[in-house]
Design a protein around this ligand. Structure first.
Ligand code: SF4
Ligand code: SF4
Length: 424
């Protein structure tokens, strides 16, 4: 039995459930939250501000969507999601202009907001200061209020265990919509308390939110790049609401996950794209296992959004308290090496159990375009001109003009985030 270093007590899984205690073995203790160097985070935010991959990697996004659209069911799911989700995104964008519907009493409304969030079905809710260092450059002027209410909505267990699958894609999209609608309700509640509330739709992110969720004590950054929450690990979808309400901020927690992931490594071992790094590095002032995007998106595009790193995570499947208890008792990672946790099927390629991995040709990865739409348009234009002996025709110029105009329009709309935006 390992020596327990400290215990973390968290609210129960669902509203009204008893609190849950997570025992963190001493050997897994590090620091509350993500190890970071604030001075470096500041510097990167100032000199190299973040930008959404919807813009910086638009060419590969369009490429991935075109591949997904060849799959009839995937195409229908995406179309249906866009149709149902667009009104939610637009409604969320309007919330920043809405006035409170009552006078504030001046009392701290933290508990009222948290209780309402739990009633609405959010599995985690915490509050911290909105951290502008993580705002995308294209949304610098968006965020109106100083407090960030961090909200996580559980994605159903059963379909998630079938990842990658059509069922998992359906539940992934519908969870975003459900929480998006719940966020609008929560905003109305905050307005009824006398304050303003700006809903950041989960499909219209202002930046990567995981650092704020960790600061609010809602979990840890896993090696997979997702937030690992106490009850359901990465099996949740996250969003924030910013507000000027009179609230109390939460604090980060050391769940032992920063060190545990280095022992576990199941997602790293099972990722079909070999897109997850075994070792941690310092990236933009944060110590983390960096996701290798260029090896992830080609798999997501071709295999139903992939998400195997979510499926095989023991915290997702068994919950943090159970996994830590097992580790403290045995020194082992619960489920590691079993078909139940590690097995997955890739459509057209077959089943892969523990220790078995698919193999892809180099072309599988190299075919993906890079950069934003305009950069990709210029690369194509340049290549066509070279193929044409250096002669630039009117057709080439017209095609280039159309593509650049499309890219500029996309930057203005900047709507409809993909799952990848959950990662940092
Ligand atoms: S989504 Fe798939 S390819 Fe991407 S990191 Fe996760 S397991 Fe790897
Ligand atoms: S699978 Fe293991 S290493 Fe990966 S995020 Fe989950 S706990 Fe961490």
């Amino acid at each position: 039995m390992l020596k327990i270093g400290h215990e973390v007590v968290r609210p129960g899984k669902y509203h009204g459930d008893s609190p849950v205690t997570i025992q963190v073995p001493e050997e897994l203790e590090s620091v509350p939250g993500i190890p970071l160097t604030s001075r470096e985070v500041d510097w990167y935010a100032r000199e190299y501000p973040l930008e959404t991959m919807n813009i910086t990697e638009r060419a590969s996004r369009d490429w991935a969507n075109a591949i997904r659209d060849q799959h009839v069911e995937m195409r229908e799911i995406r179309k249906e999601h866009d149709r149902l989700n667009q009104p939610l995104i637009l409604a969320a964008r309007m919330t920043s202009e809405q006035e409170p519907t009552a006078e504030p009493t001046g009392e701290d409304v933290t508990e009222s907001i948290k209780n309402k969030a739990r009633e609405l079905g959010y599995i985690e809710v915490g509050i911290t200061a909105y951290d502008h260092r993580y705002t995308y450059q294209s949304k610098k002027d968006w965020v109106q209020f100083p407090n960030a209410i961090c909200l996580a909505y559980e994605q159903d267990f059963e379909p998630t265990q079938t990842i990658p699958s059509i069922d998992a894609e359906i539940v992934h999209s519908s969870t975003y919509r459900t929480e998006g609608a719940a966020g609008l309700e929560l905003a109305k509640h905050i307005q009824s308390l006398g304050y303003r509330a700006q809903v950041h739709s989960p499909n219209d992110n202002t930046g990567p939110y995981i650092p704020m969720f960790v600061a609010a004590g809602l979990g840890s950054l896993g090696a997979c790049g997702y937030l690992l929450t106490p009850h359901v690990g990465s099996r949740c979808r996250i969003m924030i609401i910013t507000t000027d309400a009179n609230v109390t901020h939460d604090s980060p927690v050391d769940y032992g996950i920063h060190a545990f992931c280095q022992v576990c490594q199941v997602c790293v071992n099972r990722c079909p794209g070999r897109a997850l790094m075994r070792d941690k590095i310092w990236w933009r002032g944060i110590e983390k296992n960096k996701l290798y995007f260029k090896r992830c998106r080609p798999v997501m595009a071709r295999y139903l959004g992939c998400g195997i790193c979510m499926k095989v995570c023991p915290i997702q499947k068994y919950g943090m308290a159970t996994v830590m208890e097992h580790y403290a008792a045995t020194g082992q990672v619960l489920g590691k090496g079993t078909h139940d946790l590690e097995g997955y099927e890739l459509e057209g390629k077959g089943y892969f159990g523990p220790g078995e991995m698919p193999v892809f040709e180099r072309e599988f990865f190299s075919a993906m375009p890079h950069g934003d739409t305009e950069e990709f348009a210029f690369d194509n234009f340049r290549q066509r001109a070279m193929d044409n002996g250096g002669v630039i025709s009117d057709d080439m110029l017209e095609e280039f003009r159309t593509e650049v105009a499309r890219g500029l329009q996309q930057s203005r709309d900047n709507i409809g985030m993909m799952q990848e935006e959950d990662y940092i």
